[in-house]
Design a protein around this ligand. Structure first.
Ligand code: NOJ
Length: 531
C-alpha cells in the first residue's frame, strides 16, 4: 500500500451544487461559484469534493435524472467551467468525485427517446420493457421508491417500462451488452478529463431478477413498497459481475475511486460490494447514519461493519449527513446539548477508522430548514408527503451574515431559513471556539496522525454512555473517548503521558494523562506514546 492514498486516508466533502455558491445570481449554485469558494475547502483541509450530479438533466429529481452523461447542465455552467474548476482544485491537491447515475437515465435522454420510439428500435433493450400482465395491469407487483407502481404504460408502443424511482427515471438494462459498453464509455469520458472518482448512485439495484418475478409480500404489512421483501428488484447476485466490469474501467487509470451508494440496511450485504478488491473501493455504510444518539448503538454498528469487511480490501466509510437524510445536527439536536452534540459528532466522524464524507454546511452546524408548502421542490415531498421531503437538508450554504448569506442570490431556489444572519462561515472562521474551527482542527489532527487516518480500530472498555476506542498505526497511537450521555462521566483510559490531541469542549486544556472528566456530549482524542 502506498503511503498516502487520497480516498482511503483523506476526507471527502459533498457539495450539493444547487446550494453551495451562486456566481450568476439565478438562485441556483453553479461551478463558477464553487471555483470562487475553493479557499474554504483548502482552509478546512479536505482532500476531495464529491458533487451531486452536475450532468445535463431536466431536473425532475434534481440531476438524478440524466439526459446527457457527458455534458454539464447549463444551470451549473459548461464543460470549460468544469475543466477550469478541476484544474484549480487539482492545483490545491483537492480531488474531484462526480456522481454517476447508472441505474436509470432521464426519460428525456436520447437513448430512452429512441428506445420508446418503436419496438424494434436498436435501443429498445437498453431499458426494461414488458407486456401488461395477462388480464391487464403492470407486469409484476413492484412499487417505486418515490410513490406508485414501478411500471409506466407507454401508449405509443403498447408496453410498460420499469422505473425504481420516478416515471421520468426509466431503468437502464444492464443485461444488455451495448448499454453496458455505452455506460462504461461515459465513465471513460470523465476519467480522460482527469476526474478522480465516482459516487455511484443506487449501485445495488443494477441487476434485477431476470424473470422479473413478484417480490414476496410481508405478512400483515400494508401493500406498497414497504410491504415487500425486495429480493427481486434490488441486490440481485448478478449485480456483482456488473460492478466488477465497472471497476475494470477505473482500474485502467491511476488511483481512481468508486464509492457506491449501496442503500441496504444489512451491512453483511453492503460488505459484499468490496468483492475481492475487484468491486467498489468504498461502499457507504448507512447503518451508522441511522443510529440514534447512543454510545452502544454507534459502537455496535461500527464494530459490526469492521467485522464484516474483507480484511485485505475492506475500508469503511463514515457518513452522518447527506442530501437524502435530515442533517445530523437536527437529528441529534437537544435543548441544552445540541451544539455540544454537533461537536461530539464531528469528533466521532473524524477519528474513527474509515473515509469520512462531510456534507456541506455540517462544518458550521447547519440545521434542517422547515420549507413552507408553497416552496417545496423535492418530488418526494410533493408525491409522497411533505414530511418525507429532502428539501430541508438542501438549503443554501450560509457563508456570511449578509441578506444573501454570501450565497450569491437573495432569492435562492430554497429558503435560507431562520439561521440567516445567525450562523455563518465568516462568523465561525474568526472564532477559534467555533464548530467550524473544531472541524478544521480535527481534519488537521487526522492528517498529521497516522493512527487516525489509517490506523487500526480497537474498542475500549468504558462506562455506560461512553464510546471509547483506540486507533493505532506503527508508533502512532490515539485513544478516543466520547461521552454520548447527558451527564458528566469519568473516563480512565490507559494512562499517559498525553502528547497531543483535541477536546471537543472549546478552550479546554488537554489533560496530562487519559483520566478525564467528560461533560455531557464531550469527547477527547488523545495522542499517546506508541509501543
Ligand atoms: C439516490 C440519490 O442519493 C437520491 O438523491 C436520488 O433521488 C435517488 N438515488 C434516485 O437517483
Amino acid at each position: 500500500m502506498k503511503d498516502w492514498l487520497w480516498w482511503r486516508d483523506g476526507v471527502v466533502y459533498q457539495i450539493y451544487p444547487r446550494s453551495w455558491s451562486d456566481s450568476n445570481g439565478d438562485g441556483v449554485g453553479d461551478l463558477e461559484g464553487v471555483r470562487r469558494r475553493l479557499d474554504h475547502l483548502s482552509w478546512l483541509g479536505v482532500d476531495a469534493i464529491w458533487f451531486s450530479p452536475i450532468t445535463r438533466s431536466p431536473m425532475a429529481d434534481f440531476g438524478y435524472d440524466v439526459s446527457d452523461y457527458c455534458d454539464i447542465d447549463p444551470l451549473f455552467g459548461t464543460l470549460d467551467d468544469f475543466d477550469r474548476l478541476l484544474a484549480e482544485a487539482h492545483e490545491r491537491g483537492i480531488r474531484i468525485v462526480l456522481d454517476w447515475v447508472p441505474n436509470h437515465s432521464s426519460d428525456r435522454h436520447p437513448w430512452f427517446e429512441d428506445s420508446r420510439s418503436r419496438r424494434d428500435s436498436p435501443r429498445r433493450n437498453w431499458y426494461v420493457w414488458r407486456d401488461a400482465a395477462p388480464g391487464g395491469g403492470p407486469p409484476n407487483n413492484w412499487y417505486a421508491v418515490f410513490g406508485g407502481r414501478s411500471w409506466t404504460w407507454d401508449e405509443g408502443t403498447g408496453q410498460y417500462y420499469l422505473h425504481t424511482f420516478l416515471p421520468e427515471q426509466p431503468e437502464l438494462n444492464w443485461r444488455e451488452p451495448a448499454l453496458v459498453e455505452a455506460m462504461h464509455d461515459t465513465l471513460r469520458f470523465w476519467l480522460d478529463r482527469g476526474v478522480d472518482g465516482f459516487r455511484m448512485d443506487v449501485i445495488h439495484a443494477l441487476a434485477k431478477d431476470p424473470g422479473l418475478r413478484d417480490n414476496p409480500e410481508i405478512e400483515g404489512a400494508r401493500p406498497g413498497r414497504f410491504g415487500q421483501q425486495h429480493v427481486h428488484d434490488e441486490n440481485h447476485p448478478d449485480v456483482h459481475p456488473i460492478v466488477r466490469g465497472i471497476r475494470g474501467v477505473l482500474d485502467a487509470y491511476d488511483e481512481r475511486m468508486a464509492v457506491g451508494e449501496v442503500y441496504l440496511m444489512d451491512p453483511t450485504e453492503v460488505a459484499k460490494y468490496y468483492g475481492e478488491g475487484d468491486e467498489l473501493h468504498l461502499a457507504f455504510n448507512f447503518s451508522v447514519m441511522k443510529t440514534p444518539w447512543d454510545a452502544d448503538g454507534f459502537r455496535e454498528q461500527i464494530e459490526r461493519f469492521e467485522g464484516l469487511l474483507p480484511e485485505k480490501y475492506g475500508w469503511p466509510t463514515l457518513v452522518l449527513s447527506s442530501h437524502d437524510e435530515p442533517r445530523h445536527a437536527s437529528r441529534y439536536d437537544h435543548p441544552e446539548h445540541g451544539d455540544a452534540r454537533a461537536r461530539l459528532a464531528a469528533m466521532l466522524l473524524l477519528t474513527l477508522r474509515g473515509t469520512p464524507f462531510l456534507y456541506y454546511g455540517e462544518e458550521i452546524g447547519m440545521r434542517n430548514v422547515e420549507i413552507p408548502a408553497d416552496r417545496l421542490q423535492d418530488p418526494v415531498g410533493i408525491n409522497i408527503h411533505p414530511k418525507a421531503s429532502r428539501d430541508p437538508e438542501r438549503t443554501p450554504m450560509l457563508w456570511d451574515g449578509s441578506p444573501d448569506a454570501g450565497f450569491g442570490s437573495s432569492d435562492p431556489w430554497l429558503p435560507f431559513g431562520p439561521e440567516l444572519g445567525r450562523r455563518s462561515v465568516a462568523a465561525q472562521r474568526d472564532d477559534p471556539a467555533s464548530l467550524l474551527c473544531l472541524y478544521r482542527d480535527l481534519l488537521a489532527l487526522r492528517r498529521e496522525t497516522p493512527a487516525l487516518h489509517r490506523g487500526s480500530y480497537r474498542g475500549l472498555d468504558a462506562p455506560p454512555g461512553i464510546f471509547a476506542f483506540e486507533r493505532r498505526h506503527g508508533d502512532s497511537r490515539v485513544e478516543v473517548a466520547l461521552n454520548f450521555s447527558d451527564a458528566p462521566q469519568r473516563w480512565q483510559g490507559s494512562g499517559g503521558p498525553v502528547q497531543g490531541g483535541l477536546c471537543t469542549r472549546s478552550g479546554a486544556a488537554l489533560p496530562g494523562d487519559t483520566g478525564v472528566d467528560l461533560g455531557p456530549a464531550e469527547g477527547v482524542a488523545l495522542i499517546l506514546p506508541g509501543g
